[in-house]
Ligand binder design. Structure first.
Ligand code: ADP
Ligand code: MG
Length: 299
């Protein structure tokens, strides 16, 4: 297991920025940590990279405890912090050289990460002369210097233009073939474009944890039906493959099925057999987009 988080809570004074968070990330997975601003994403990442300590709970990265084995955690993770702080007065090579010395990495590794992150054409420039996209590459190159097992990237694509976005996403996807990548974003398209799995966080709590292939395959389906009269939930629960029934409004029901087969005809037959009339019948979108909206809309 690359990342193991157990019951992490983080208090800033009396505000709970993280509230009993638990999850695991397997080797070489690309996991998107998705949530609105203020959800607690950066706080979680700072704990995993040992920059701050949790108030309660434990976390391990690459098998090492973030509290008792800080040094080993640090050598296991590459971290791109939010806003990517760089020394902009330095030349790209100078900057990477400086950090390579801090890490004790070989000089040949600098050329390797420059190549890996596509920095070669800009490597002779001052960081202040680079576009935002290339600055992100410098941040990524820096995070990769000590060849860590796990990459923790805090909003790596924020502020990039559409072309830069595509480039950085491809780069991260490529890196993710070998390394575990845990990246945060508040943009769900980002997760769709890059990740194997999404963990959605809202107000310090995990509200969803799904593999995108399951979301795409539509292994779950919600049918919305309006009858002309009230129906007992227990009655609807007799439908095949039904997992739950919710009466959302007057005679409107949301019926969840555990199948990708279109279940609307079953609902139609059910109504017919029981002398009910159907006023509306459709499938609810169970895409990442609707999941995100449902899980993070404030009430
Ligand atoms: P995200 O990265 O998802 O936008 P953060 O982890 O940065 O969220 O913040 C989560 C919550 O914790 C926010 O309400 C934020 O204001 C608060 N917070 C973050 N850092 C601190 C801090 N150092 N002191 C006090 N409150 C903080
Ligand atoms: Mg943040």
């Amino acid at each position: 297991m690359s990342i193991e988080v157990q019951h992490i809570t983080k208090l800033y004074k009396d505000q709970k920025a993280l509230d009993d968070i638990s999850f695991k990330v397997k080797n070489a997975e690309i996991v998107g940590f998705l949530g609105p601003n203020g959800a607690g994403k950066s706080t979680m990442m700072k704990i995993l990279t040992t920059y701050i300590e949790a108030s309660e709970g434990t976390a391990k990265v690459n098998g090492f405890d973030v509290n008792s084995d800080k040094k080993k955690v640090q050598s296991s993770v590459g971290y791109l912090p939010e806003h990517n702080p760089l020394y902009t007065d330095l030349y790209v090579k100078e900057y990477l050289n400086f950090n390579a010395n801090v890490y004790g990495t070989s000089k040949s590794r600098i050329d390797e990460v420059i190549k890996l992150t596509g920095l070669s054409p800009e490597a002779h420039k001052k960081i202040s002369q680079l576009s935002k996209g290339y600055r992100q590459r410098v941040g990524l190159a820096n995070a990769l210097l000590h060849n860590p097992e796990v990459l923790i990237l805090d909003e790596p694509t924020t502020g990039l233009d559409p072309n830069q976005l595509v480039d950085i996403r491809n780069l991260i996807k490529n890196i993710g073939k070998e390394k575990t990548v845990f990246l945060s974003t508040h943009i769900m398209q980002e997760v769709e474009a890059m990740c194997d799995r999404v963990i959605i966080i809202n107000k310090g709590k995990i509200v969803a944890d799904k593999y995108l292939k399951d979301l795409r395959a539509g292994q779950e389906q919600i049918v919305i039906v309006e009858f002309d009269y009230r129906v007992e939930d227990a009655f609807l629960l007799k439908l095949p493959k039904v997992t739950s029934v919710k009466n959302t409004h007057d005679f409107i029901y949301e019926i969840t099925f555990s199948t990708s087969e279109d279940m609307r005809s079953h609902v139609f037959d059910f109504a017919h057999d029981n002398g009910l009339k159907i006023l509306q019948l459709h499938q609810k979108n169970t895409s990442l987009e609707s999941l995100f909206r449902e899980m993070t809309s404030s009430t």
